[in-house]
Design a protein. Sequence first.
Length: 747
Amino acid sequence: MTKLLRLPDGAFPLLLVICGIFSLLPAQAQQNCPAAASACTPGAAPAANLRFGMGITQVQLESIQNTTAGAQDGYKDYSCTVGTTLVPGKDYPITITTNASVNENVRVWLDLNNDGTFNATQELLFSSKAQGVHKGSIRVPNTAVVGQRLRLRIAADYALSPVPTPCSTPEYSQTEDYSITLAANTSAPTADFTVDQPVSCTGCVQFTDLSQNLPATWQWSFGDGTSSTEQHPRHCYAAPGTYTVSLTITNAAGTNTLTRAGYIFYDTAQPIAASCTPTTAEHGFGITRFTFGPFINNTPTGQAGYEDYTCNGKIRLTGGYQYPIAVATESGSPQDTRVWLDANNDGVFEPVKELVFEALSKANPSGTITLPYVTAASQPMRLRVISDFAGAAAGPCTNPRLGQVEDYTLVILPVTQLPVVQFASNHIQGTCIREIRFTDQTTNFPNSWRWDFGDGKTSTEKSPLHTYAAPGLYSVSLTATNNVGTVTLSQPDYVYITPECLQYCTSTGTSTFAWISKVSVNNSAGATVFTSASTSEPTGYGNYLTRFIRVQPQETYAMSVAFGTTTAVTQHTTAVWLDGNRNGIFESTELLYAAYEAGLEHKLTFKIPTQLPAGAATRLRVQVNTSALPPNPCSISTSNLETEDYTLVVGQQALATAPAQALAALTVYPNPTSDGTLHLRLADGNRSGTYAATVENLLGKRLAASVVHLTPDAEATMHLPELPHGLYLLRLRDANGNTTVRRFARE
């Protein structure tokens, strides 16, 4: 029986009305939903696998911000309810979140032609492998249908399951559909491009246009006088060199140009082809990173097999130096790693002679390689790295069973730095031995030397033996030359030879809570000509013969001796002797001062005796003692006594060295410095500039180095807290090689 539905216009069969309603849905769908229904509907993961908690939990793409429950929802079609609008030719960030605890693979397709069928490759917009949060970007091509909703399909599944396809049913995860409506582009283009090989050894490269906002025309300039109007041109350069590439694009809204300077490097300097190319049978013990000096290359696992990086893995290192080398291995288990260098560049690796590194049964091995010194850049040489399981067969041409082989190019470069001049000797200041062995310690590979011993004699030997004809105080300089240039190091007052081989008596004590903390000498004008800070000596004796007290003949000087103590005791004896007749004996007539007094500082005045002419040098002995007994310059193991010896030089103060005069406007303070901090001030604006600063001890050993910039308006500061107490040389060298020397004391 047919039931009637009465409406204001009459009654109609219910069946016809129902059919009429369904006949309207397709038209409504064309306005609100994708015009083409999907040709396939992915299924849901088996219920037994839902306990693993996989699935799509959030999709973010422009206005699509959809959070869902995951695989338990099964396949979900949001194409009629959740969508966004994009412009073809523009990049849009996309983020798809799956289970953070289990890695999944994700694929995204768009039905570009709106035919209801997804082309698995041509309509694939995004893919992500083995992640929990999948981030990237999508770009819709300008061939897509504009103005209609297009179905967007997002499929995910467990990383170890088969990769999802547009119509596959996931094993553990799910598939979701959304919609995208494309709007016509109205923006000017933005140029962008890439190339497959920025460094090419053949000269042929493939450019890929990445420009946004749908350019209609392309104009390439390859930097060699040629051009192209293709969108993705392939170009071959005729000559090696570095090339700048530019791309100009145009659409109806405007024009844009991108220029990449020095973008392509065509390098024909390659090593000789290897006589063998090992291959990997299996994998699991490969190389994931290779480091040699500053060069670092992160590489695929052993699954990639043999890798040839001789073109874009060129290593350039200066010869003569030692460099760190490290190989990150894949397995985490011990591996045998070896490196060969085809040093004669004949294409054949000699298994023993050309093996430059070996680390057996080690994971992630590291070490060093010293490269030979060269005077000109070497030919490109092949460097081969092989790593396999511990105990595997070894050889530069042996096929690794489970490991991997990587080839690189090594170019050894000549030294490009000036010599850093240093020298030492076996000389002990204040002795009578006139035969001295000088030892060159210059770096950066000098090839010639010239010594000036300060006595009118020179030598061109590297480490000469020199005999001085007379006692005295001598400055020594060494000039060293390498392939880059010449540098001179001068050490003022480096050699001090006494007139006779004098044996002064020993004086020792136990200075547990009393010692000499500072000795200072001022001239008659009140200017300080000498200062020396010291600490308690373990044996009660301090040998400071390398600290010169410079005085003038027959002048009168004021001396102060500061007393250091850890107790409340301040009353003590201070005594000073000067060996005026230079016979090696401190006679009673040579006692300059002796007093048992209170206070932490004793002061005295003394006059240089006439028996010490200009050029003479002798010993001055200072002693403190908590006892009131008469002083003895030869005390042995006396409690709470300390003795210090200095060298007094007559008539040398006026002979300032050339380095000291070179920068008269330079002030270094405080001097002495109590904490190792030095301030450098330059009052002469004509000498403003950058200086190389080095700190040396009196034997010429470099202890610190830095670069300082000096102007009248800006002083420089050097922090040297690590320096022990003593006397040091501050050496400044300007851009023209001019050297200035200042002495300073560290208290």
